[in-house]
Design a protein around this ligand. Sequence first.
Ligand code: ATP
Ligand code: MG
Length: 156
Amino acid sequence: MANETTLVVIKPDAIQRGLTGYVLTRLEQQKLHVIGAKATRVSRELAKEHYKHLSHKDFFNDLLDHLTGKIHGTSYVLVFVFWGPEAIERVRQVTGATHPEKADPMSLRGSFGRMTAAGIMENIIHASADRTEAEREIALWFRPEELLSLPIVTGA
Ligand code: ATP
Ligand code: MG
């Protein structure tokens, strides 16, 4: 099993509902390690760049309002880089499908996600979809010196 790095953003809906500890517990249980972590404000420019592949969608503006905290009245998100065996797929499994109603009920989105009456998809976290996306996103959210250098000795 190849070791990978992946980006997780704990979104404003999860911050508002106090789910940070639970989310991190679920991810750590996948034998993954945090090699980067921070609380950060999200500018509209950063949100636009992060979700640029969706800029043509009719929900793009709502998506920017969500990630920047405008909808939930939060001023920051928590961002993590996880490292470990098949990290990208493992995190996506725990996360669940994009739409909370289609997500496995045991996943984070299946358990806590919802589509609000106003049409905002509250789906708890962002997780990189593949290696190309992970590499791009980690470089977008972190400077190289903010990450622990690899390999990590886990003692496992
Ligand atoms: P993420 O990138 O946040 O981990 P994902 O990879 O499962 O989610 P994407 O297709 O990349 O799914 O969509 C990014 C985000 O856009 C979703 O997490 C959600 O917040 C929002 N989104 C996607 N589809 C819809 C939709 N139909 N209506 C409203 N918001 C949507
Ligand atoms: Mg995505």
